[in-house]
Design a protein around this ligand. Sequence first.
Ligand code: ATR
Length: 276
Amino acid sequence: MDQYCVMGNPVGHSKSPWIHARFAALTGQPVEYGRRLIPFDGFAAALQAFAAEGGKGCNVTVPFKFEAATLVSRRSARAALAGACNVLRFDGGDLTGDNTDGIGLVHDLQGNAGMALAGRDLLLVGAGGAAAGVLGPLLDTRPRRVVVANRTVDKARALVAGHATLATANDVALESCSLTDVTGCFDVVVNATASSLAGDAVPVPATVLKPGALACDMMYGPAADGFLDWARSHGAIGRDGLGMLVEQAAEAFWVWRGVRPPAAQVLAELRAELAA
Ligand code: ATR
């Protein structure tokens, strides 16, 4: 069996071992996938130890995605743009970094939720690590307009500046603003803030939602409930981050194994499992 794992702190809640076990079973791949709780100052050592044990690759979650990007010898273009890695591959002595969060979100919105993003108006709320991980792949779908709104407007400006070339190449109008200055309304609203974890309300007014808009929180479980209630009570279609989670895992499986697992089936199974 080839060994993989997810490294993070905390990591006990992670659904990745469950998801990858289903991918392995459904594709017949010889993959064994565990979880490792890593001390905050021990990520580099943990990677070395896993490589020495013959590990083939790992997922990286909070808070190590940025550190991971500094430890790799090679980074994919999407990892470089995000400045963070959630997927690592051990190739002999080499450590390759990738970021599948953004393509996971895009596959979920376009494939599972059926919202083609080309030509649409998108609002990305937040400008932290979660937002940085998804902005590049969102721009690559060639929406018409993307606004990044954040409590700390300078962070939104910096994120937009770092993606200006990609936006121009894709003919997208990319703007930044504060949470109180969002103008217009949007086909898709993505919540990439941690406001619900702070117990705060949805940080943008409901006027940002076009009728029937798709409103997606990158979180799932109780942390997403406030946003989903808000979206549905204002005529939008609410979507949690579970689909993104499964789709980013499917892309990681592809990066490691060169095989595409049946992500939609596993998402349905995971929803059923969590509802049980
Ligand atoms: P993550 O990696 O989950 O994105 P992060 O990098 O700490 O975590 O970013 C958290 C995001 O949630 C930021 O956009 C943050 O806004 P600031 O940049 O102004 O800090 C946003 N956020 C956190 N709590 C919030 C709140 N109560 N209201 C609005 N935005 C909030």
